[in-house]
Design a binder for this molecule. Structure first.
Ligand code: PEP
Ligand code: MG
Length: 329
């Protein structure tokens, strides 16, 4: 199997009916970047910038952040990299940040003072990261996205921090990015209800299904007792995703799924059936997903998904396994 996947490295993932599926990888360290060429992925769809903060004993200063982002862009070459601004707080808490905090501990860290909420609340931190990303991407495209956006104004506020730093760099005649593409992560269900408001502001949307499903099912993603209880291939999640895709029709934005489910064959198949054409996944999954993509017909899976979701089958996973086996997928 491994050899078969390796042979697919330079093969583009087209479906049987000629749809190109973009397959990117998730990363967080400088050393993850060689995975791009080893797997033949189309880019880094999610670069988790908080990793640098988590492995540091003190807050990474601007020059260290800039260096990391520049190294990553350089190593990625022509392939795009999507940087996510820090998702810290909650369970990824930093001792050196806590010291300056108000001493309050989150009772529900996943739903607490984390990610963009924390970044907007600590403007110095967000400003430093914005400046680092803008400087590192001088002369190139900067793709940046914000985690845990819950309402459109949070996206506006985060973008404003970047635009202000851009003005600052302009005034100092620094080299600026050629283009800046701003995106939001859809991880909080409430945001799905106002996508019509948010979408016109976005270049892209990235659906973080790890957090999204934990909030949809009110089930802690890190609790092993709950890990097997709710299926990603449940009608509830799939209908939710279908509605998201429907509410984005007519908006010209890239939609990516960057949660772990996109790296599993049946789950990815279901997502493609709902119209998703971009996945960002763990590097080890690139081969298996590429192989699956080349075996399917998007019109056929779209039709099947509609049938299964309109009158939900009792066991969607079982139905999909049977469907895939019939077709030798
Ligand atoms: C997600 O929530 O699906 C996601 C991609 O982000 P993280 O796993 O880093 O929370
Ligand atoms: Mg998340």
């Amino acid at each position: 199997k491994q050899a078969a996947y390796a042979a697919l490295r330079d093969v583009e993932p087209f479906t049987k009916d000629g749809e190109r599926v973009t397959i990117m990888v998730n990363a967080g360290l400088r050393d993850d970047v060689p995975m791009l060429n080893l797997t033949g992925a189309d880019g880094i769809g999610l670069f988790r910038t908080e990793f640098q903060f988590l492995v540091s004993a003190t807050l990474p200063q601007r020059d260290r952040q800039t260096k990391l982002y520049r190294d990553v862009l350089e190593a990625a070459g022509d392939k795009p990299v999507v940087f996510r601004t820090v998702d810290i707080g909650g369970d990824k808490s930093l001792p050196y940040l806590r010291r300056q905090d108000d001493g309050h501990d989150d009772e529900n860290p996943a739903m607490g003072w984390r990610a963009l909420r924390l970044a907007l609340g600590r403007e110095g931190l967000m400003k430093a990261q914005a400046r680092s990303l803008l400087e590192a991407a001088g002369g190139r495209t900067l793709n940046v996205m914000f985690p845990m956006v819950s309402e459109p104004w949070e996206f506006d506020a985060a973008k404003a921090v970047f635009e202000k730093q851009l003005e600052f760099l302009k005034a100092r005649r620094k080299m600026l990015p050629e283009q800046i593409r701003y995106g939001a992560m859809l991880e909080v269900p409430a945001l799905a209800e106002v996508l019509d408001v948010l979408a016109p502001k976005l270049s892209f949307l990235s659906i973080g299904t790890n957090d999204l499903t934990q909030f949809l099912f009110a089930a802690d993603r890190a609790n092993p007792k709950l890990a097997e209880r709710y299926d990603w291939l449940s009608p509830a999640i799939m209908r939710f995703m279908r509605r998201v895709m429907q509410s984005l029709t007519g908006h010209k934005i890239d939609v990516t799924v960057c949660g772990e489910m996109g790296g599993r064959r049946l789950e990815a198949l279901a997502l493609i059936g709902l119209g998703i054409r971009r996945l960002s996944i763990t590097p080890a999954s690139v081969g298996p997903i590429k192989e699956m993509v080349r075996q399917i017909d998007t019109a056929e899976i779209a039709q099947a998904m509609d049938r299964w979701l309109n009158e939900p089958v009792a066991d969607l996973r079982a139905a999909m396994i049977a469907w895939a086996e019939e077709r030798g997928i």
